[in-house]
Design a protein around this ligand. Structure first.
Ligand SMILES: [Zn+2]
Ligand SMILES: [Zn+2]
Length: 391
C-alpha cells in the first residue's frame, strides 16, 4: 500500500534527560529535543495485518493538522519543530475515517462495510491516570499518526475500542464519502468539545461566547457554542478568509483585531458594546497567541466566566490575573479527545445535523499529493484540508 511516512534520526540534544520509556522505545516525549534530519514522503509498504481485536479500514479521508505541518519542519540544528510525542518512522495522519474491509475474530460490533471514525488517542486503561478516568493523560499514551502509524495511507489498522460507527452520518447525508469527511473532522471538533463541555464545564444556554482564533479548533468551538444554545457568538482572527468560515459555522459577529486596532477599537471594545456591557461567559483561546489575546480576554470576561485555553504555545506568557479574581473567573487548559464520550457525542451531533463541520473544508488532495496538501495548509488561509485516495 501507499502511505506518507516521516523518518528521522534518534539524536537526543545535549543535556536532554531521557526517561525510561524513551530509552526503551525510542519514543520521544518532546520530539523537537530528540529527532533530527527529518524526511517525509510517499512510500510503498506491505499491507498491514490485523490482530484479533482490530479492524482494517480503507481510509476515506484524513485531515491535515498543525502537527503534520511542524513535524517535517526543521530548526537551525536540523531538529523537528514539533514539540510533542514522536516515534519514527511513522505513517502520519491522525484525523481520519474509513470503511471496514476486514475484522479480527474477537471484534464484536463491527462488520465489513461499516463506516468508522477512529479516535486518535490510545490509552492503556491500567496506569494511575487511566484509573482515575484521565485517558488523555495516560502514562502509556500513543498518538496515532505521531507515535503510532496513522492514516495518510490507503489502509489503516484500528483496534475495536477506538472505532466509532458513522453509518448514521452516511444515512443523513446520503453519501459515504461525505460521511467519512465528517468523521475525519470529529477529532479537531472533539478537542474543542473536551475544552468547552468537559474541562470548561459547558456552555450556558443564553450566554455569550467569544472564540479567539478561527482555525479548525476555533471553528469547531463556534459550531459547538451555536449548537449548545449560546446567545451571541463572537469570532476573532487576523485572516479574513477564516472569518468567512466562522460565519458559515455560526458566528454572529466576526472581527479582525488588526483592523479594529486601526480604527482605534479592540476586541474587548467590540464585545462589550455588542453585549451591552455584560461580556462573555465562555472565552475559547484557540489562537495560541496569549500575549495578544489575553489583554482583550480579561476585559471581555463576564462575571463568573470560564476561559478555556486550547491554543498551544511554548514558553512563558504574560497574563493579568487580577481580573480573574475581581470577576471570579476560571482558567482551564485542555488537551486531547479521549474519554467522557467526547468523540461519540460529537458524532451524534453530526448524525442529528446539529453541527456540519464539512463547511470548514477548503482543500481536498489525493493521497499521492500529501506533501503538497501539508505545504498548502501552511499558507494560513485554510479551514481544513483533507487527503484521500478517493479524490
Ligand atoms: Zn489534529
Ligand atoms: Zn493509561
Amino acid at each position: 500500500m501507499k502511505c506518507y511516512v516521516l523518518e528521522g534520526e534518534w539524536s537526543p540534544k545535549e543535556g536532554y534527560c531521557l526517561n525510561e520509556r524513551e530509552k526503551r522505545d525510542h519514543r520521544a516525549a518532546r520530539g523537537n529535543l530528540v529527532w533530527k534530519n527529518l524526511r517525509a514522503g510517499i512510500v510503498t509498504r506491505e499491507d498491514p495485518q490485523i490482530r484479533d481485536d482490530e479492524v482494517l479500514i480503507r481510509v476515506g479521508a484524513c485531515g491535515v493538522c498543525g502537527s503534520d505541518m511542524h513535524a517535517a519542519e526543521m530548526d537551525d540544528e536540523g531538529y523537528t519543530k514539533f514539540s510533542g510525542h514522536l516515534r519514527l518512522p511513522v505513517i502520519m495522519g491522525h484525523e481520519f475515517a474509513g470503511e471496514v474491509v476486514e475484522v479480527g475474530k474477537d471484534v464484536k460490533d463491527y462488520r465489513v462495510g461499516d463506516l468508522i471514525a477512529a479516535e486518535q488517542i490510545r490509552w492503556c486503561g491500567k496506569c494511575p491516570s487511566c484509573r482515575i478516568g484521565k485517558f488523555n493523560n495516560c502514562y502509556e499514551l500513543e498518538e496515532i499518526g505521531l507515535s503510532a502509524d496513522g492514516a495518510f495511507s490507503e489502509y489503516a489498522v484500528v483496534p475495536e475500542k477506538y472505532c466509532c460507527n458513522i453509518n448514521g452520518i452516511a444515512e443523513l447525508l446520503g453519501n459515504k464519502q461525505a460521511a467519512m469527511e465528517a468523521g475525519a473532522l470529529s477529532e479537531p471538533t472533539g478537542v474543542a468539545y473536551n475544552g468547552m463541555m468537559i474541562n470548561g464545564k459547558g456552555v450556558t444556554p443564553g450566554s455569550h461566547v467569544a472564540v479567539f482564533g478561527s482555525g479548525p479548533i476555533g471553528l469547531a468551538a463556534i459550531a459547538l457554542a451555536r449548537a449548545a444554545g449560546a446567545a451571541k457568538v463572537f469570532a476573532f482572527d487576523t485572516v479574513n478568509e477564516k472569518l468567512e468560515l466562522a460565519k458559515k459555522v455560526g458566528a454572529d459577529f466576526t472581527y479582525n483585531p488588526v483592523e479594529l486596532a486601526k480604527q482605534g477599537s479592540s476586541a474587548a471594545d467590540a464585545v462589550m458594546e455588542d453585549t451591552a456591557g455584560i461580556g462573555c461567559k465562555m472565552i475559547v483561546e484557540a489562537a495560541g497567541n496569549p500575549d495578544r489575546t489575553y489583554p482583550d480576554i480579561v476585559q471581555l470576561m463576564s462575571i463568573g466566566a470560564n476561559v478555556v485555553q486550547l491554543g498551544m504555545r511554548g514558553g512563558l506568557s504574560q497574563i493579568d490575573l487580577t481580573p480573574f479574581l475581581i470577576k471570579g473567573c476560571a482558567f482551564t487548559g485542555s488537551l486531547g479527545t479521549a474519554g467522557n464520550a467526547i468523540i461519540p457525542s460529537v458524532l451524534r451531533m453530526m448524525e442529528q445535523g446539529n453541527i456540519d463541520m464539512r463547511k470548514i473544508i477548503t482543500g481536498r488532495y489525493h493521497l499521492d499529493l500529501t506533501a503538497e496538501a501539508i505545504e498548502d495548509a501552511k499558507s494560513g488561509v485554510h479551514g481544513k484540508i483533507l487527503v484521500s485516495q478517493n479524490y
